[in-house]
Every structure is written in structure tokens, then in C-alpha cells.
Write a protein that binds this ligand. Sequence first.
Ligand SMILES: NC(=O)c1ccc[n+]([C@@H]2O[C@H](COP(=O)([O-])OP(=O)(O)OC[C@H]3O[C@@H](n4cnc5c(N)ncnc54)[C@H](O)[C@@H]3O)[C@@H](O)[C@H]2O)c1
Length: 362
Amino acid sequence: MSGAGEVRVGIIGCGGIAQAKHIPNLKKKEGAVIAALSDVRGKEYLERVCGELGVTGAKLCTDYWELLADPTIEVVHICTPNASHAQLTIEALEAGKHVMCEKPMATDLEEAKAMVEAQRRSGKKLTICANNRFTPAMWYLKGRCARGELGEIYFAKAHCVRRRGVPTWGEFLDREKQGGGPVLDLGTHAVDLALWMMDNYKPKKVTGKTFYKLGAQGSPANPYGDWDPARFTVEDSGFAMIEMENGAVIWLETSWALNTRDERPVSVTLCGTQAGADVTEGLTINTERDGRLVDEKIVLEPRTIPFYEPEQVYGPQLEISQWIDAVREDKDPVVRPEQMYTVQRVIRAVYESSEAGESISI
Ligand SMILES: NC(=O)c1ccc[n+]([C@@H]2O[C@H](COP(=O)([O-])OP(=O)(O)OC[C@H]3O[C@@H](n4cnc5c(N)ncnc54)[C@H](O)[C@@H]3O)[C@@H](O)[C@H]2O)c1
């Protein structure tokens, strides 16, 4: 059984994101124990992962039911391709586990709804990964927004635009397994940031357009390797206007491949009645003071003398850390499932609008 303050975690799906984010950051979190790993690729694969990442003592399972049946495991992280998120999350909640599920929440809205309902029924905690909330810039900006310093935020851009950045590993290009391309994969992060900053979860109408243009051509310039257009069954870019009940508007831009030099990482641009926020060259709060326009550049890195830097915990490390603390201290996680359900609703409406060729009322 768990020791005092110890949180025993099992991970289902041990591919890219489990190895890059979940395992290293669980290892950094005091009191978190990686108790079990499961992957359909088999035990030899899992042994290699453990060897490479220095995980010791974890139970290795090819069948995730072995992990769910272990009463000492309190928390399950779901890191499988999108199509299995809902099923695995619901099964884990019903098995009495707290669940952190990778984004996007699910491949369709009904599944996302079933996840929220399963969480309520189980009384266990559910969070969806939204690591972009935890970057130094976005974490800081949320504080300014929450204190009302931007005033009423009535226009936002939610963006993640890659000139070439098609994920050619795993199942990302397969509509059946993923449910969508960059609108779902990147738009989930960007829309989440916009709604969170605005603290507005009431979308009203979505007008969207998705494209499959460069996906049909292939690109030897893609940093993750060229793709086979025949297997690229999702969109390569997508754009939308999201109107909120209170009249605010969010402009969404996402692409894995687009012939543009205006590339953007996952982030938001905000325009409020008191100030705006831009992230093009670091984080700037744009306002007006003493009859002049003021660009307030925020210094996010600590300025200190070498060897005496205070420890800074941001990004994925903060995401995992706050989640384990939420479980241990019985608090709400920063990313709540109802919020991510609304994100999923908006994303679904972008696809529906594009298909229908008209706006979708939510
Ligand atoms: N938060 C982020 O920024 C971010 C970044 C990358 C990926 N992701 C998400 O993480 C998820 C996984 O992506 P990835 O890049 O790690 O993919 P991946 O293909 O590298 O890894 C997925 C792993 O899950 C395993 N798997 C599949 N079904 C399983 C099952 N039933 N039981 C056990 N193992 C199973 C596969 O064998 C594979 O090893 C996706 O939903 C993706 O959207 C999120």
C-alpha cells in the first residue's frame, strides 16, 4: 500500500508524450511513485523505456487491466492515441482511480460528455493535459487577467501556426484514430488558453474552415520527415471565428503545414478594454499611461547571480506537480474537465461548420 503522502501512479501508453513529459516529471515530483507502466508494445519495450528513463520497481503490463486492478495505484495517466482516451478514462474512473488524460479530451463530443459524467459518478478527480497554461508567460498572464487588469477581454487570437510541423510519428495523420488534425491537436491548446484567460466558457456561434492542401502534396522540408499523402486523412490547417454569448470574439488559427512566415507557437493574443497582451517577442502588456502608449515588457526569467538561481517550476513540471498536489490535498486540479468539454465543443463546431459551409450555433 501507499506510504504516507505517497501517490502511486500507473501510466497507460508509454510512447512519445509519456517518455518526454509524464515519466520525467513524475520522477521529479516528491512523493509521486511510478508504480506501473502499460503499453501494448510489450514488456521488452517497457523494459527499454524503464532502462532509458531510470524507472525502477514499476510493474510492467501489456494489458492495462492489470494496472487498473492494482488497489495500490491511486492515479492513472492516459497517454494513448486520442481514440482510446474516453474508454480508458471511463474505465479507470470506474476502477476508482483519479485520472490525468492527455489532450485532446476525446475524438468526439459524446465521448467527452461521457467522461465528465463518469467523473461526477465516480467522485474521483479528472484532469486533461493543457500544459500550455503552465508556461511562465501564460501562467503570469492568467494572474493579470484574473485580477481584471486587462479589463473586459472582447477580442482574442488563439493561435498555433506551423509552417512545417506535421507529426509523422504515431497515429496523428489517421482520422479514425485521432479524430482530426491541427484544429483538434493544436487548436485544443489554443482555444483552451483563450477561454481560460477570458474566463468565458459560453461560446455561441462558430464559423470555421479546414483545409487539406499541403497534406495532399507531401513535403520533404517537414522536420519530422515527409508523409504519405494517402495516409494523411486529416486536415493540414484550419481557421475559425468563435463568437461568445457576451459578444466577445476569438479568432483561431492552426496549421501543421502552411506557406507562411507568420509562424506562432501555441499562445494567445488578448485585447481588453484596459490593456492587451501580445506574445510575438516575449510577453508584452500593451496599455496607455500619461497620454502615451506603453508596451510593458515582462521579464519572465529570473535575473540572478550564477549558482544562486531560485528553483523555477513551470511548464510540464508544474502541470504534473499541481495535479499530484490536487490528488494529495483533495483540491480541484487547475484544468477542470467541464472546461475542456467546452473546448471540445468549440473544436467540434469548427469541423461541423467547415463541412456544412455555414456557421454553427452552439
Ligand atoms: N500535451 C501535449 O502537448 C501533447 C504532445 C504530444 C502528444 N500528446 C497527446 O498524447 C497522446 C499520445 O501521443 P504520443 O505522441 O505519445 O503517441 P505515441 O504513438 O508515441 O504513443 C502512444 C502509445 O500508446 C500505446 N498504446 C496504444 N493503445 C494502448 C492501450 N490500449 N494500452 C496500452 N498502450 C497503448 C502505443 O503502443 C504507444 O506506445 C495523444 O493523445 C496526443 O495528442 C499531447
